[in-house]
Design a protein around this ligand. Structure first.
Ligand code: GAR
Length: 203
């Protein structure tokens, strides 16, 4: 067994959070874990290019036209074949069933672009989260990293960081600020914290 926790990152799109994880591993912020696999449900995700450039193994696990059960069986197969110990959802836009999440209790973490329990759950993903925050008129938003269980965005919170809304913000400007000021910081820090604890548990 490797001296580091074997991490798989699940992605669907641009992969800026994946990039933050790759950069954090390079700079030593993540020292207890190693990203060994990146899986995308979307074959065109730019995140796959980021992984390839970093020399990380990639796989595509399509969701379209596949039953939830078949999708999760294929995903589980990929993770098991690669010896994954920790799963990081970094902009992964698929909901995982209880059958899947219960197999990986406290072994899946997710980054969400709001301060949970605000603007989260079914239908709140990507830019929609920031549209909802601006429509409500909140003055502070942020990002949350949490463990994943059967309730969408409902698992135990690991870390949060607040970000102020500024006059003239659009969903796009707010999304960018939440990413740079919060998500790209707390996701790597949370990954390290969880990996460090997992290493301690290994003894
Ligand atoms: C990020 O803002 C992430 O928090 C969000 O999608 C974006 C993906 O960007 N995830 C969710 O909304 C999940 N509920 P990225 O592909 O550049 O990391």
């Amino acid at each position: 067994m490797s001296a580091k926790i074997n991490i798989a990152v699940l992605v669907s799109g641009g992969g800026t959070n994946l990039q933050a994880l790759i950069d954090a591993e390079r700079s030593g912020i993540i020292k207890s874990g190693e990203i060994r696999l990146v899986v995308s449900n979307n074959p065109d995700a730019y995140a796959l290019e980021r992984a390839k450039s970093a020399g990380i193994k990639t796989a595509v696990c399509p969701k379209k036209g596949v039953s939830q059960e078949d999708f999760e069986n294929r995903l589980t197969g990929l993770l098991e074949q690669n010896g994954t110990e920790l799963i990081i959802l970094a902009g992964f836009m698929c909901i995982l069933s209880e059958k899947f999440t219960s197999k990986y209790e406290k072994r899946i973490i997710n980054v969400h672009p709001s301060l949970i329990p605000s603007f989260c759950g079914k239908g709140f993903y990507g830019l929609h989260v920031h549209e909802a925050a601006l429509a409500y008129g909140v003055k502070v938003t942020g990002a949350t990293v949490h463990f994943v269980n059967e309730i969408p965005d409902g698992g135990e919170i690991i870390m949060q960081k607040a970000v102020y809304i500024e006059d003239g913000d659009t969903p796009e400007t707010l999304q960018k600020r939440v990413m740079t000021e919060a998500e790209w910081k707390i996701l790597p820090l949370s990954a390290e914290k969880v990996c460090e604890n997992m290493l301690k548990e290994r003894g």
